[in-house]
Structure formats: structure tokens, C-alpha cells
Design a protein around this ligand. Structure first.
Ligand SMILES: Cc1cc2nc3c(=O)[nH]c(=O)nc-3n(C[C@H](O)[C@H](O)[C@H](O)COP(=O)(O)OP(=O)(O)OC[C@H]3O[C@@H](n4cnc5c(N)ncnc54)[C@H](O)[C@@H]3O)c2cc1C
Length: 246
């Protein structure tokens, strides 16, 4: 069941746009009293098409509520999909720039965790699946000093590293561990891991006693992670949450 709460639905102005990686941009806007948690998403559309639900697209909220409290901005991060109806237009600077208007509705979906119930979290991201995980990690970093985080994050090449600076910054905190891997790159200039997030990589670095496990990325990726966690690590299903797209 999809939870909805204090549903906001209106046209807002884009206040900031940031290039995150190749073909990946973040868009920021302000909405007063917009209460959300890591894991929630918004529906977005071009204002003139907002009444047509087929033209709306879902985007996970990339910012943490702790950031929104401070600067008032809510951010989403959108990866350009070749031939995609919505993404090719929102990425086109002749169509969308700072001060352009966009329809936003939300927040929808489920929060990834309950603040009071976790001491440790394990996140698995492939490509743009890092978006809700960024929100969760930043929230934990800012607000839950007793929570340990393990991140597994894969993307194709170094230029696809979304939130590189922010993630590297968080990983300097001793509560945060990261296994970051490129899947289609051979260059010596990449000092991190190479190849996919494998069963062995997971089993060598996670013991199964962690409180929550969350995977986000394309459907085969999420299924693969689920398989390792439930069948090899034997975690109970309620401790595994996921979001899949693409
Ligand atoms: C809950 C939820 C949260 C989401 N959060 C994000 C997010 O934070 N960032 C983000 O970029 N996207 C996110 N998405 C995906 C997003 O809603 C769109 O599906 C995506 O941006 C493509 O829209 P489009 O109109 O350009 O493509 P469409 O015109 O709808 O699709 C074009 C073609 O591309 C395929 N396709 C769609 N998405 C992908 C993809 N990611 N990779 C490869 N092929 C794809 C489709 O199957 C289709 O064949 C989320 C989806 C859901 C359901």
C-alpha cells in the first residue's frame, strides 16, 4: 500500500540545477511545510501536462529532511534516458532552466527506516539507485550519530559517479563503510573496486545482523541483491526493502 501524508500538489519554480555526473542533473525547489522521509518520492510533470497522469514521472527525493530544514530546498536527481519522454526534455536547457516551472505532487511511498529502530543499515545502489540512498545516508550522517552504514554502490564508469564528493565526505566518518565499484571500466586512474557487486563481496562484509537492508536500482539488480540477502545471508524479509526502476 502506498502511504500518502499531507499531500502537496502544485506548480513550483526550479531554484537551482546541478550537474551531478554525465547525463545526470539535480533540480531543487522550495515547498513550505513539505514533510518527507528518506525513501519518499514525488510525481513530477510539465505544468501544461500535469492533468495527464501518463505524463507524470516518479522521482525519489535526493535531499535529506535535515538539509531541507536548513536551506528550504527539496532536490530530485534525474538521469537522462535516451529517447525517454520526460528526461530528454527536462535535461534540455532550452526547455528547462532556473526559474522554469514544474508540477510536483507528493510525498508518496515508504520511508526506508524508522529512526528509533535502527543502529545499522546496509545500502545497495546501482546507478541512479543511489538517489534515495543519498537522502538516507545524509539523514543518518546529520541526525542519527549512533547508526552505522555500509554502502555498496556500482556504476558503469568513473564519470557516472553520482554525488561523488558528498559520498566521499560521508565515508570519511568512521561509522560509514563503502564498497564502490565500476562495472565497465578498465582504466588505471580508477583506484576503487572493479566489477559487479557480487555475492562474495556482500558476504565478506556484512554479517546479517544489521537492522535494515535497502536496495535500489534496476529490477535485475534488486532481485540479485534480494536473492543473496534472503537465501545466503538468511535475513528475514521484513528487514529487506527495495525500490526498482529501469
Ligand atoms: C518510485 C520511483 C522512483 C524513481 N526515482 C528516480 C530517480 O530518483 N531518478 C531517476 O532518474 N529516475 C527515477 N525513476 C524513474 C523515472 O520515474 C522515469 O521512469 C525515468 O526518468 C524515465 O522517464 P522518461 O519519460 O524519460 O522515459 P520513458 O519515455 O518513460 O521511457 C523510455 C524507455 O526507457 C526505459 N527506461 C525508463 N527508465 C529507465 C532507466 N532508468 N534506465 C534505462 N531505461 C529506462 C523505459 O522502459 C522505456 O523503454 C523512478 C521511478 C519510480 C517508480
Amino acid at each position: 500500500m502506498v502511504e500518502t501524508r499531507n499531500l502537496f500538489q502544485a506548480v513550483v519554480k526550479i531554484a537551482k540545477i546541478k550537474n551531478e555526473a554525465e547525463g545526470v542533473k539535480s533540480f531543487y525547489f522550495s515547498i513550505e511545510n513539505f514533510n518527507y522521509k528518506p525513501g519518499h518520492f514525488v510525481m513530477v510533470a510539465f505544468p501544461e501536462e500535469a492533468d495527464d497522469k501518463k505524463k507524470r514521472r516518479a522521482y525519489s527525493i535526493a535531499t535529506s529532511p535535515t538539509e531541507t530544514e536548513k536551506d528550504g530546498f527539496i532536490g530530485i536527481t534525474i538521469k537522462l534516458v535516451e529517447g525517454g519522454y520526460f528526461t530528454t526534455r527536462i535535461h534540455d536547457e532550452s526547455i528547462v532552466s532556473v526559474n522554469s516551472e514544474i508540477f510536483v505532487a507528493g510525498p508518496f511511498g515508504h520511508s526506508i527506516f524508522n529512526d528509533k529502530e535502527i543502529k545499522s543499515a546496509v545500502f545497495f545502489a546501482a546507478g541512479s539507485g543511489i538517489v534515495p540512498i543519498r537522502s538516507a545516508m545524509k539523514y543518518i550522517y546529520d541526525k542519527l550519530p549512533h547508526v552505522n552504514v555500509t554502502l555498496f554502490y556500482s556504476f558503469k564508469t568513473p564519470k557516472d559517479f553520482i554525488y561523488e564528493d558528498e559520498i566521499k565526505q560521508m565515508l570519511k566518518d568512521k561509522r560509514f563503510k563503502g564498497f564502490i565499484t565500476v562495472t565497465r571500466y578498465d582504466g588505471d586512474d580508477w583506484k576503487g573496486l572493479k566489477g559487479r557487486i557480487t555475492r562474495d563481496l556482500i558476504l565478506d562484509n556484512v554479517n546479517g545482523n544489521e537492522d535494515i537492508f535497502y536496495a535500489c536500482g534496476n529490477t535485475p539488480f534488486v532481485k540479485e541483491i534480494e536473492n543473496v540477502l534472503l537465501n545466503d545471508l538468511k535475513i528475514e524479509k521484513p528487514r529487506f526493502k527495495s525500490e526498482a526502476w529501469g
